[in-house]
Design a protein around this ligand. Structure first.
Ligand SMILES: NC(=O)c1ccc[n+]([C@@H]2O[C@H](COP(=O)([O-])OP(=O)(O)OC[C@H]3O[C@@H](n4cnc5c(N)ncnc54)[C@H](O)[C@@H]3O)[C@@H](O)[C@H]2O)c1
Length: 577
């Protein structure tokens, strides 16, 4: 079997998702009686159809018209604002054929990599397993796309809200259907790597062994300077030499080969390998696309493995998502993605502590309460924790975790003085506004394994000088939180490659204004922000960290693509006579 053909059924030429190998019964495994709702498929032809002059269903896709309504604010000399409404009309086209989609993970043999593959296989083959609490069926709980719903509208008879799975809003790949492969610098067989990860129950591991034992990751690239020295002992599956251009070419041919071998229509590459140290941004080396390509040719020391993977994906025209905190997308890499209109997204999965923080900080600030300090402490015992026990790699994580409350704080000049206010008050030039004290500590405690402990203290100012202390103790089963995000990121990134748009003349525009050509979305997929700790956005635009705003933005976009407007929270019918 090729190192990346991922299940025995496929190797035998069978593609029936629910065919179980006979050997499994002999091991006492059994098929779940029913498929969990998060793994269920939408009815043939989709779950709904919009009847509106804004929406057309065509043979190969859905065409929708949408008016983006906003407000432009002009600040007068007297400090007062003038607000003008803005309207921009768009047409979207979403190709409805999903086709066969590949998912290539960098770090396939790690805790997240093995858990992603195992979850996919358990769902695809509908394998249940025994735990001390009873029989467990496979599912995709924790996935925004698979296990959360969107409010479609109100029932015409009862007036009650109607919700549907987010994954049924548009044609999206089902995670059971991914063809999963990847690279790892550790060449351990996938059944053994799953055992090493100590994430899943033994009875499930036992049944998955038959599917995973013949799979070995493709060799990775290892530049020891970028990850912790304590990772050296697992680096036994490497592309030879130190010629970075040769490594780039090799990875590109891996991507092409995987696509051809599995006859894929589309493919997503996702970094879930170790956290690297930050790459230094050096003028002439990684500051422009051309300099970066030249630096790779010259095997410059400051080009990281993750940047080489990203460049390979960009040049092959497949989306690349960075699930770790390091600055893979150096300016030259961003420019290269723009130049090739290739999609990128990042950085760092937002699975546990930061997700809660982005909700709690917003809750406090939006409730008019002033967080004075946020102190975060983590300990974890998995290989990620071991890697992060090295200072340079921890620093990448610290940076990615630290900016999560910035936009909420900046949005409230009543509670936090702006840079201009501080400058006016002290006479000293302040570049940054007032900010709560925010610290992050991470410690490696091997005994707790993948079960990370995140402890946060929120210390806030209340009415009339009062103080409030809130403590959160969050036990995050790290890889069980990150794996659904990997599916979400891959599903949504693939979907976004099938959506094109064009701007339409404004409703009252002069006749000379014509429709523009259809274009792909902008290269940086900020619509993936919900899943990411330090969302990458179009340069010069604001980062949104608020989890609610990120979700609303994504939901509104999916609705726009079927010609529906608004989140419906206005609920005007409940507020008028
Ligand atoms: N909840 C979470 O698990 C979570 C949340 C946010 C971010 N992350 C990030 O996701 C990443 C993966 O987490 P994990 O727990 O699976 O870690 P892990 O250490 O178990 O797995 C990482 C894998 O990457 C491999 N690797 C390292 N460098 C490589 C390279 N250049 N090419 C190919 N493979 C390489 C390692 O051998 C290892 O198997 C980490 O960077 C972590 O910080 C995880």
């Amino acid at each position: 079997m090729s190192p990346t053909a991922l299940n025995p059924d496929e190797a035998k030429g069978h593609h029936d998702s629910f065919t179980l190998p006979a050997v499994r019964n002999g091991h006492g495994g059994f098929k779940a009686e029913e498929v969990h709702a998060s793994a269920a498929r939408a009815p043939e032809g989709g779950r709904f159809r919009v009847e509106s002059e804004n929406t057309t269903y065509e043979a190969d896709g859905i065409r929708s018209r949408f008016v983006d309504r906003g407000a432009e604010v002009i600040r007068g000399e007297d400090g007062k604002y003038t607000v003008k409404k803005t309207e921009t009309a768009y047409e979207f086209f979403t190709k409805s054929r999903v086709g066969k989609v590949g998912l290539l993970l960098v770090g396939l043999g790690g805790n997240n990599g093995t858990t992603t593959l195992a979850t996919h296989l358990a769902n695809k083959h509908n394998i249940s397993w025994h735990t001390k609490s009873g029989v467990q069926t496979p599912n995709y709980i924790g996935s925004l796309v698979r296990a959360s719903t969107v409010r479609l509208g109100t029932d015409s008879e009862t007036g009650k809200d109607v919700h549907i799975p987010m994954g049924d809003m548009l044609p999206m790949v089902h995670p059971d259907d991914f063809v999963i492969g990847g690279w790892d610098i550790s060449g351990m067989r996938m059944d053994k790597a799953m055992e090493r990860a100590q994430v899943l129950d033994w009875d499930l591991q036992r049944q998955l062994g038959v599917y995973m034992k013949d799979i070995k990751p493709m060799p990775g690239i290892y530049y020891p300077d970028f990850i912790a020295a304590n990772q050296a002992d697992r680096a036994d599956n490497l592309l030879p030499g130190s010629d970075k251009q040769a490594h780039l070419e090799h990875l590109r041919s891996d991507i092409r080969g995987f696509k051809a071998t599995h006859d894929l229509d589309n493919l997503v590459v996702l970094w879930t390998a170790n956290t690297e140290r930050y790459a230094e941004i050096i003028p002439g080396v990684n500051d422009t696309a051309d300099n970066l390509l030249a630096a790779i040719k010259a095997s410059h020391d400051e080009v990281s493995p993750s940047t080489i993977f990203a460049v390979a994906a960009i040049l092959e025209g497949v989306p690349f998502i960075n699930g770790s905190p390091q600055n893979t997308f150096v300016p030259g890499c961003m420019e290269l993605a723009e130049r090739h209109q290739s999609f990128i997204g990042g950085d760092d999965f937002k699975s546990g502590q930061t997700k809660v923080k982005s909700v709690l900080a917003e809750f406090l600030v939006n409730a008019g309460i002033k967080p004075l300090s946020i102190a975060s402490y983590n300990h974890l015992g998995n290989n990620d924790g071991k890697n992060l026990s090295s200072h340079a790699q921890f620093r990448s994580k610290e940076i990615s975790k630290s900016s999560v409350v910035d936009d909420m704080v900046a949005a409230n000049p009543i509670l936090y003085k702006t840079a201009a206010q501080l400058t006016a008050k002290t006479g000293e030039v302040h570049k940054k506004g007032e900010h709560p004290d925010h610290i992050v500590v991470i410690k490696h405690v091997p005994a707790v394994g993948d079960s990370k402990r995140a402890i946060d203290e929120y210390y806030s100012e209340l009415l009339m000088g009062g103080r409030n202390v809130m403590n959160i103790f969050n036990e995050c089963e790290d890889s069980l939180l990150a794996t659904p995000l990997i599916f979400d990121l891959a599903i949504l990134a693939e979907l976004l490659t099938r959506i094109t748009y064009r701007q339409l003349p404004a409703p009252n525009a002069a006749e000379t204004e014509t429709e523009t050509e259809f274009k792909p979305l902008y290269s940086v997929l900020s619509l993936l922000s919900f899943m990411l700790k330090a969302p990458l956005v179009k340069p010069g635009t604001d980062v949104v960290n608020s989890l609610n705003r990120q979700r609303n933005g994504l939901e509104a976009f999916l609705k726009a693509c079927v010609g529906l407007e608004g989140s419906g929270d206005l609920m005007l019918n409940t507020r008028v006579w």
